[in-house]
Structure formats: C-alpha cells, structure tokens
Unconditional design. Structure first.
Length: 226
C-alpha cells in the first residue's frame, strides 16, 4: 500500500470518528407507553409546524420543583450533551405566579428522587421588570436545592437573564462533564449559564422533560451525544 493511500485512509477514518454528533442518540417521544409520567399529562401533537409532545401540569397543589417529569425511555446519562427544542407558557387557569416553567432534567434516579435540572421562565424573558428578567433561566438540584433556597443562599449564582418568548420554540443545549454543566439557549456560542458544582456530584441516570407549576409545554427533537 502506498503512503499516499494510507494517509487517505487514515484521514477518512478520523473524519468518521471526529464528526460532530456522529454518535448522537435521537430520543423518540412517540412511544407513549414507554414514557414514565410523574404528575403530568402528555400527548403527541403538532405544534407550530412540528411534531411534538405536549406536557401539562397534573400535580397536586403544593407540589415542588421535584414533582413534574416525563422520564424518557432507554436513556442512561452521566456526561455528554443534551439538545432539545422546547416551548413553555402558562396553562389555562394558571396562577399569577406562573411563568411557563420548562426545562430538562438529567442524571435522574430510577425512582425520580434525585436529578439535576436547567429550566426557563419564558414569561420573564421580556418582562418590563428587570428583576424578573434576571430570573429567566434557572438551575436546581433535587433533593435539597430548590430554586428558592438557591436564590436565598446564593443570590445571582444559579439563575440569569436570557431572551425568551412564551409559547415559542426555543433551542436548548446542556453540556455536562463531571460536576460541571453549561446551559446554551438559542444557538449562542457562549453559555448562558455556568454551574461548576453540580449538587448531586457525579451521579448517573435518565433524561427527563421537566415542567413547573401551571405550565403547558411542548418538546421536540431530543438528542443525546457523548
């Protein structure tokens, strides 16, 4: 074999292994019988031109951050990249404090008792109140670290501003490595939020769709890459 041919084969092989997303797993949201619903209702729909899963709040009053999940089948995640298109808005009859809370949980324990999560408050994104705008994106960790405790004990550290519109498709990417995580919103090159001390440490578990109180949300195009 000539040196030129050998080099060509090596370049071709490397391009396969290094191609971005080559090993990405697309997670189906169509198999309703395989989704594990926790205090939510879910149904496949068409939403603004896309096939999506609609998820709405069905939790009892007083249920906290940990309470509303759609755990996705055959996902086992520790480190890597999660990508999703999502939209959130307050549902019919939602209270005044509803913000359309919508996000993704990761490293979810089998019994849903432990997970990390990034979520958005879409109605805050363009609020006329600057303080509300500053609370547009949020990190939480269950158990032990709900939003209100993190805001009180670590003001400004685990939430930030990002431009959002309620009920509109928003691209979200989450990068996780060890005890660090990065949130990217709408294709920006620099992370919207940095978390360098994931509270559940280097745990492992499923991926889940997450919503908050009074929310109707839509999810599509869930992908996981190593």
């Amino acid at each position: 074999m000539s040196i030129r041919l050998l080099i060509s084969l090596l370049v071709a092989t490397l391009s396969i292994f290094l191609a971005p997303g080559i090993h990405a797993q697309t997670v189906s949201l169509d198999a309703m019988d395989q989704l594990k619903l926790v205090n939510v209702k879910a149904e496949p729909v068409n939403f603004k031109g896309r096939k999506a899963l609609r998820v709405s709040d069905a939790a009892a009053a007083g249920t906290g951050d940990e309470g509303r999940l759609v755990i996705l089948p055959k996902t086992d995640f520790q480190d890597g990249i999660i990508e999703v298109d999502l939209a959130g808005e307050p549902g019919p009859g939602a209270g005044e404090g509803a913000r359309g809370f919508v996000g993704m949980a990761f490293r979810v324990a089998a019994d849903a008792s432990r997970f990390e999560c990034f979520y958005l408050r879409p109605t805050n994104g363009r609020a006329e109140d600057q303080v509300r705008r500053n609370h547009s994106a949020q990190y939480i960790s269950n158990p032990g670290f709900p939003w209100h405790l993190l805001r009180k004990e670590f003001p400004e550290k685990y939430e930030t501003y990002v431009d959002l519109v309620a009920g509109e498709w928003t691209k979200v990417k989450i990068e996780v490595r060890g005890e660090t995580a990065r949130l990217y919103v709408n294709g920006v090159e620099q992370p919207t939020m940095l978390v360098n001390d994931l509270k559940q440490k280097q745990s492992k578990g499923a991926i889940a769709l997450w919503i908050g109180t009074g929310t109707v949300a839509h999810f599509a195009n869930v992908r996981i890459s190593p």
